[in-house]
Design a protein around this ligand. Structure first.
Ligand SMILES: [Zn+2]
Length: 160
């Protein structure tokens, strides 16, 4: 069971980078390609995880720099759930995953790579992907493919 949900294994990689600032806040303020932004709501946004557990690994976060899960407003919580739901739609349309893991890593000990800005992980799953590689031949977990993944998911994003 442990192997099925372990995105924190990769998140630690980002720790050094994050010392320079919050990549989610940078994504809020920057352009879509640079921030790997797939969709924007009014109070939340969806970005691709730069170090994905699987292709299409999304992070849904409030636009506001909030470190406490309980600190989310009702509007933010609702929009994060709605964006996650739309993300499932875009992923289904684009990559046809066989399942999904959705989860929050709260605090460093729980694997949060960015404890200061809470975010919901949406991880598409395929049979046999436990070695980080989806079975789809044309989908590879490589950083240079992130821009293409972003483009495809943004294009398939369901309208609200
Ligand atoms: Zn932030």
């Amino acid at each position: 069971m442990e192997r099925l949900w372990a995105p924190w294994r990769l998140e630690y990689i980002t720790a050094a980078e994050e010392a320079a600032g919050c990549f989610l806040c940078a994504a809020v303020e920057g352009d879509d390609e640079q921030g790997l932004v797939v969709a924007r709501g009014r109070q939340a946004l969806v970005v691709l995880n730069k170090y994905p557990y699987a292709s299409g690994h999304l992070l849904v976060a409030p636009a506001r720099h909030e470190g406490e899960f309980g600190g989310l407003t009702d509007e933010e919580a609702t929009e994060i759930h709605r964006l996650a739901s739309q993300g499932l739609g875009a992923l289904a349309e684009t990559y046809s995953p066989q399942g999904y893991n959705l989860g929050w890593n709260l605090g460093r000990i729980a694997g949060a790579g960015l404890p200061g800005h809470v975010h919901l992980h949406v991880v598409p799953r395929w049979a046999g992907d436990t070695n980080f590689m989806p079975v789809l031949a044309d989908v590879k977990v490589l950083p240079e493919h992130l821009l293409e993944t972003r483009r495809r998911l943004a294009a398939a994003w369901p309208s609200a």
